[in-house]
Design a protein around this ligand. Structure first.
Ligand code: ZN
Length: 151
């Protein structure tokens, strides 16, 4: 199996069996995101415990890239501190070449520390789909900004 095939399997698995689906009854932060270019939608609920993301739930619809990215993101950020999540957001955007990467990141495997999320790096070859992959992350940043305001 080639690496591309492996990545495709990971993406389809998250698309078909999305993790952390649903809503929270009393979210500490919430955001909705849309990518009108593709018709992708994400609705994100966060439960915050101090500076830690205690729980994440999301709903959404759209293409496999956007929904798989949302599922992987939800798994990756649950239980992490805001600072860890901000570092993760940066690392993801660097892998997708949305932001410049840090020195010390292996340019041949910029997503090496990202687990399943590394499967999305092939999306870089399709610039119109980068917005699909980034939608859940932009929505997360929006929810965190809102959560901070209310604390
Ligand atoms: Zn899309």
């Amino acid at each position: 199996m080639s690496l591309d095939d492996l990545y495709r399997e990971v993406i389809l698995d998250h698309y078909r069996n999305p993790r952390r689906r649903g809503t929270l009854d009393h979210p500490d932060a919430h955001a909705d995101g849309q990518n009108p270019l593709c018709g992708d939608e994400i609705s994100l609920d966060l439960a915050l415990d101090g500076d830690r993301i205690a729980d994440v739930r999301l709903q959404g619809r759209g293409c496999s890239i956007s929904q798989a990215s949302a599922s992987m993101m939800a798994e990756a950020v649950a239980g992490k501190t805001i600072a860890e999540v901000e570092a993760l957001i940066h690392r993801f955007k660097a892998m997708m070449e949305i932001e410049p990467g840090d020195a010390g990141i292996d340019p041949s495997r910029p997503g090496a520390a990202l687990g399943d999320l590394e499967a999305l790096q092939g999306v870089r070859r399709f610039p119109v789909r980068i917005k699909c992959a980034d939608l859940p992350w932009a929505t997360l940043a929006q929810a965190l900004a809102e959560g901070h305001r209310e604390v």
